[in-house]
Design a protein around this ligand. Structure first.
Ligand SMILES: Cc1cc2nc3c(=O)[nH]c(=O)nc-3n(C[C@H](O)[C@H](O)[C@H](O)COP(=O)(O)OP(=O)(O)OC[C@H]3O[C@@H](n4cnc5c(N)ncnc54)[C@H](O)[C@@H]3O)c2cc1C
Length: 413
């Protein structure tokens, strides 16, 4: 992968303006990547500050999930993990922003154990990023007793997403417009974005990073996206739990103590819009903790449990949405032949999406922000074209219209 800080700020871009809608990690990463190339960005966020929705948890785990075989998800996880790490190290930082304290992905059942073994035997799959460890080795690494081993990723850890968003948006080229909601986008000479207070902003480029609100705009109204409720619980660290060093993951996760608190996550409930903490979910998180780290569970029986609810935005194929939009009405009006050239498609000039990051936004959103900046600036693309095609936000539309062949080769110009 190309070194992040070697991307030149193209002089042709310096006069351009972009509007990024949504101030979570996707919007902030995109704003950062654009500003780095000299593009002036207005970042619109409806809340009074950045990172208030899915990106508002106190800690997010860097949790790349690999599988054997040549899977696109695995390729994205490897590239995204490397990119986020590189970016974190380049941001002006302090120890509260992130810690690469390591991560153990437990072989928590037979099927997971088998998958981990297969992964080790498939050399194409990021095997340099992890090592297999026994229960005893895992316990030594974790500094607490664990009953099973698994994969150890020494370069993984956790990030504070709010501090991450703040660090990404410190550039003088990024103007934060918080407490403002975008209600309409219209193609004019470039783009005009209307805010709820009826103010209008103009720019050559608009990037939609508004997660579950993507369908609110006419141009993106039919992109299939699902809100998935997640509840994370918190408890105060004690003498025993404080010893935990890395992040521990099963289908859930347990963080080491961060600012004196542990996070246990998380439930996964598609289309559940209940904003209140659920005692069933707290119970499920605690049961997961009991299985992952029995000694910590035993040590915190009477501890107060708090929590937070938020919604991921998920796609049907679990790949994010990143790239330029294609005009749905023009495509339906005059569908191209199944083997037409992608360059003949009705691409919408200047309109991009970075959304749909599901449970893995820390791994995928920064890389997708960089990809969008690659597209806009005409730089060489960082990922192979087949993987880029799998990320395009109009892929579901193309598939639905029987244009699967074009959907797979969108960037083979
Ligand atoms: C409980 C839970 C635990 C998670 N744990 C992890 C983890 O450990 N590791 C990990 O990698 N990922 C994790 N995730 C997933 C990760 O948090 C998300 O993938 C990521 O935060 C998505 O970022 P985003 O910017 O796309 O969305 P969001 O953070 O939701 O940001 C979208 C923003 O757009 C704004 N917006 C929407 N419409 C408008 C509009 N019209 N005008 C202005 N602003 C608008 C919203 O207010 C919001 O701030 C977790 C998610 C949840 C819910």
């Amino acid at each position: 992968m190309q070194g992040f800080d070697k991307v030149p700020a193209g002089p042709a871009l310096a006069h351009q303006k972009a509007i990024v809608i949504g101030g979570g990690i996707a919007g902030c990463s995109t704003a950062y990547a654009l500003a780095k190339r000299g593009i002036a960005v207005t970042l619109i966020e409806r809340h009074a500050s950045l990172a208030q929705e899915a990106s508002g948890n106190p800690v997010a785990m860097l949790y790349p999930k690999f599988n054997s075989g040549a899977s696109m998800l695995s390729a994205l996880a490897g590239n995204g993990f490397a990119f986020t790490q590189e970016l974190l190290k380049q941001l002006k930082t302090n120890e509260k922003l992130f810690q690469l304290c390591g991560q153990i992905q437990l072989a928590f059942n037979h099927s997971e154990h088998e998958k981990q073994q297969q992964l080790l035997n498939s050399p194409a799959n990021n095997t340099h990023l992890f090592q297999l460890c026994s229960a005893q080795q895992a316990s030594e690494i974790a500094n607490i007793p664990l009953s099973v081993g698994g994969l150890y990723l020494s370069d993984s850890g956790w990030v504070n997403p709010t501090l991450f968003c703040q660090a990404l948006t410190g550039s003088a080229l990024i103007h934060q417009l918080v407490s403002n909601q975008a209600i309409q986008i219209e193609q004019t000479d470039g783009w005009t974005v209307t805010l709820a207070n009826q103010n209008r902003l103009n720019a050559e480029i608009v990037v939609l990073c508004n997660a579950n609100e993507l369908p609110q705009f006419e141009q993106s109204q039919n992109i299939p996206i699902t809100a998935v409720r997640g509840q994370v619980n918190f408890f105060k660290a004690n003498r025993i739990s404080h010893q935990l060093r890395p992040v521990i993951c099963s289908q859930h996760y347990l963080s080491p103590a961060v600012d004196g608190m542990h996070s246990i996550g998380t439930s996964y409930a598609p289309n559940d819009l209940n904003p209140d903490l659920s005692s069933e979910d707290s119970h499920a998180n605690l049961q997961a903790l009991r299985k992952m780290a029995p000694s910590i569970f035993a040590s915190m029986q009477s501890a107060a449990i708090t929590g937070r609810v938020a919604w991921r935005s998920a796609t049907r194929d679990y790949m994010p949405l990143a790239g330029q939009l294609i005009d749905e009405s023009l495509l339906r009006k005059a569908p191209p032949r199944y083997n037409a050239s992608p360059s003949d498609l009705p691409w919408i000039k200047g309109l991009y999406v970075n959304a749909g990051h599901g449970s893995k936004g820390m791994i995928t959103a920064p890389l997708c922000g960089e990809l969008i900046a690659n597209f806009i600036s005409g730089e060489p693309l960082r990922l192979e074209s087949a993987l880029l095609a799998q990320l395009n936000p109009s892929r579901f539309l193309l598939r639905a219209l029987g244009l699967k062949q074009i959907a797979q080769k969108l960037y083979d110009f």
